[in-house]
Design a protein around this ligand. Structure first.
Ligand SMILES: NC(=O)c1ccc[n+]([C@@H]2O[C@H](COP(=O)([O-])OP(=O)(O)OC[C@H]3O[C@@H](n4cnc5c(N)ncnc54)[C@H](O)[C@@H]3O)[C@@H](O)[C@H]2O)c1
Length: 228
């Protein structure tokens, strides 16, 4: 049994934006380690396709339509996951979008949409899952996906950089109350690839394993362990 299996097998993953890209890769990889997987995505067809495949392969999975901008929907998703799959041992706030452009060129609506998904969406996930993890009393982790963009300066990627920096710094702030995880995250450790993003049609072409691999090489995660 691999170190990753020892750590994650038998647990429950709840992942946002798990219908495609990095989230899909994480969902599939978690299932391969023996986790039950709950996928929330604004694109229900994509989430259902992934969940159905995992079930056909002998795993436990469910898919729900959910917009991370909606706290009520996030809470309802969390309740359903706990009721149907058991205590969540890993929640990943993965759903996020990208927006290019200098700050002064970005349409106001686009700015708010990106902040609402990338920042408020993570806030909603933390707010919904951390108290439930604390109440459940079993070891649990929450990961908020940021990006190298969250710790770098990219003038033509301004909204994205601001949002990912917020997630990065905000997650670090949570460490005062939650115990920080130690060492490398193991969930995606053995997935090879280059982590290409799946924008438009091109997104569909990227194998999930490649996206999962992006976590090790290019993504910044904050791991906060609620119960050690
Ligand atoms: N792919 C990379 O190289 C890379 C690099 C750094 C950071 N990231 C981060 O990883 C995360 C995922 O990126 P990706 O490349 O897989 O993106 P993606 O566009 O391939 O997938 C994002 C998923 O989130 C879903 N989604 C979008 N808006 C949503 C909403 N409001 N509510 C619920 N679901 C929603 C989409 O339907 C999609 O399934 C993002 O937070 C991104 O910033 C990715």
């Amino acid at each position: 049994m691999s170190e990753a299996q020892k750590r994650f097998a038998g647990g429950v993953l709840a992942v946002t934006g798990g219908g495609s890209g990095v989230g899909e890769g994480l969902a599939r990889h978690a299932a391969s380690l023996g986790m039950a997987v709950a996928i929330a995505d604004i694109d229900l067809d994509a989430a259902t396709t992934v969940a159905d495949e995992l079930v056909r392969a002998g795993g436990k999975a469910l898919a729900r339509k959910m917009d991370v901008r909606d706290l009520g929907a996030m809470e309802a998703f969390a309740d359903e996951v706990y009721a149907e799959l058991g205590p969540v041992t890993l929640a990943i706030n993965n759903a996020g979008i990208e927006q290019f452009g200098y700050v002064w060129d970005v349409p106001e609506d686009n700015w708010h949409r990106l902040m609402n998904i990338n920042v408020t969406g993570v806030f909603n996930g933390v707010k919904a899952f951390v108290p439930r993890m604390q109440r459940a009393g079993v070891p649990a982790r929450i990961w908020n996906l940021s990006s190298m963009g969250g710790v770098s300066v990219g003038p033509r990627q301004a909204p994205y950089i601001v949002s990912q920096g917020s997630v990065h710094v905000g997650s670090r702030g949570g460490r005062g109350r939650l115990r920080p995880g130690r060492g490398r995250g193991l969930l995606s450790a053995d997935a090879p690839g280059d982590g290409r993003r799946r924008h438009g049609d091109a997104r569909r072409a990227a194998p999930y394993a490649q996206c999962a691999a992006a976590h090790d090489r290019r993504l910044r995660r904050e791991r906060l362990i609620v119960h050690a």
